[in-house]
Design a protein around this ligand. Structure first.
Ligand code: F6P
Length: 340
C-alpha cells in the first residue's frame, strides 16, 4: 500500500508531529510518500519517500518538513486533472491531506471524484467546525499572550494606548484567548464589530481612569464604519482570500487623531505561527496523525479526524469545512466583563 501525505495552507506548529504520527504508526508494508508544497506537489509531481528515520524527533519542530503552498488545483481544469493523473502515476492508494478549510475543501472535492482521502484539520485560527481544537492554535495563543503581557509595562510607562494585532482572518479565537489570558483592556474581533466612536469611548474612559491601555485586535476586525475612514486596496490569493494585516496601524492613527492620546501599533503576524509547538499541540498533532493512519487502514475515506472533549473521533470532511466555527456571543460577553 502507498499512502501520500501533503500539508497545505499556512504552516502551523504541530504539522511535523502529525507527519511523524502517520509515519511511525504505519505498518511495515505501507509506504509513505511525502508530497511537497501541498497540492502544488501533486500538480508538479514533487515528492519524497518518508521513512521512520526521516521523521525522527521532528515533532518538536515548527513549520512543515514537506513545505506548503496555497495552491488551488481547482482553479483550472488542467491542474485539477493533473492531480488525478499524478495520483495514478505515483500509485497512491490513499491520500492524507493536512490543512485548513481550503486544503480540506479541495480534499473533499477529490473524494467526491473517487480519490481515497482522509483529512487532518490544521489552522492556528481554530475556525474549523466540529472539532474542539486544531493544533497550532494553542501555540499561537501562548505567543500572543506573552507579547500582550510584555506590552503592558511599556504602555503603562509611557501612558499610551497600544494596539496589538493578532492573526485570525475570519474569526477572533486567537485574539480573544490571548487577550483574555494577558488582560487586554479591549478585545476587537471580526464576529463583533464596533464603531470607531464606541472604541474611542471605551478607551477614553480607560485612559481617564488608568492612563494606559492595551487593545488586542484580530487582523480580520473591521469597524462597522470603517469605509468612512479608509480605503484599502485588496489583494487576494488563489482561494480568493484578501491579504490582511495592518488594522492595528489604522486604528492607532484614527484613535490618536480622534482622542489626542498617544498611540502605538504592534503587528504580531507570522510570529504567532513560527517556532516550536507547545506540548499540547505536539500531542494533538501526534494523536491526529495516528488516527488518520487508522482511518486509512480501516478504509474510512472522505473523513476528517477531530477532537471532541478528550477523544479523537472522525467526521465526514464536509462537516469540518462547510461552515466556519465562530466565537460565540456568550464567550465574547465573558471577555467584555474585563474591558476598560
Ligand atoms: O493560516 C491561517 C493564517 O495564519 C491566518 O490567520 C492569516 O490570515 C493567514 O494565514 C496569513 O496567510 P499568509 O501566511 O499566506 O500570509
Amino acid at each position: 500500500m502507498r499512502v501520500g501525505i501533503l500539508t497545505g495552507g499556512g504552516d502551523c506548529p504541530g504539522l511535523n508531529a502529525v507527519i511523524r504520527g502517520i509515519v511511525k504508526s504505519a505498518p511495515k508494508n505501507v509506504e509513505i510518500i511525502g508530497i511537497m508544497h501541498g497540492w502544488k506537489g501533486l500538480i508538479e509531481k514533487e515528492y519524497i519517500e518518508l521513512t521512520e528515520d526521516d521523521v525522527e524527533g521532528i515533532h518538536i519542530l515548527g513549520g512543515t518538513i514537506l513545505g506548503t503552498s496555497r495552491t488551488n488545483p481547482f482553479k483550472a481544469p488542467e491542474t485539477r486533472d493533473k492531480v488525478l493523473e499524478n495520483i495514478k502515476i505515483l500509485g497512491l492508494d490513499a491520500l492524507i491531506a493536512i490543512g485548513g478549510d481550503d486544503t480540506l475543501s479541495v480534499a473533499a472535492r477529490y473524494h467526491a471524484m473517487g480519490v481515497k482521502v482522509v483529512g487532518v484539520p490544521k489552522t492556528i485560527d481554530n475556525d474549523i467546525s466540529n472539532t474542539d481544537y486544531t493544533f497550532g492554535f494553542h501555540t499561537a495563543v501562548n505567543v500572543g499572550a506573552d507579547a500582550i503581557d510584555r506590552l503592558h509595562s511599556t504602555a503603562k510607562s509611557h501612558e499610551r494606548i497600544i494596539f496589538v494585532e493578532l492573526m485570525g482572518r475570519d474569526t477572533g479565537w486567537i485574539t480573544i484567548e490571548a487577550g483574555l489570558a494577558a488582560g487586554a483592556h479591549l478585545i476587537l474581533i471580526p464576529e463583533f464589530p464596533m464603531t470607531i466612536d464606541e472604541i474611542s469611548e471605551i478607551l477614553d474612559k480607560r485612559m481617564k481612569a488608568k492612563k494606559y491601555a492595551v487593545v488586542a485586535v484580530a487582523e480580520g476586525f473591521k469597524p462597522t464604519d470603517f469605509d468612512s475612514y479608509v480605503t484599502v486596496e485588496e489583494k487576494t490569493d488563489e482561494f480568493g482570500h484578501i491579504q490582511l494585516g495592518g488594522i492595528a496601524h489604522v486604528l492607532s492613527r484614527i484613535i490618536r487623531e480622534k482622542t489626542g492620546y498617544e498611540t502605538r501599533a504592534v503587528v504580531l503576524g507570522h510570529l504567532l505561527r513560527g517556532g516550536t509547538p507547545t506540548a499540547f499541540d505536539r500531542i494533538l498533532g501526534t494523536k491526529y496523525g495516528v488516527h488518520a493512519m487508522e482511518l486509512v487502514l480501516n478504509g474510512e475515506f472522505g473523513r476528517m479526524v477531530a477532537l471532541k472533549g478528550n477523544d479523537i473521533i472522525s467526521i465526514p470532511l464536509e462537516y469540518g469545512v462547510s461552515v466556519k466555527k465562530f466565537v460565540p456571543y456568550e464567550y465574547y460577553k465573558l471577555a467584555m466583563m474585563f474591558f476598560g
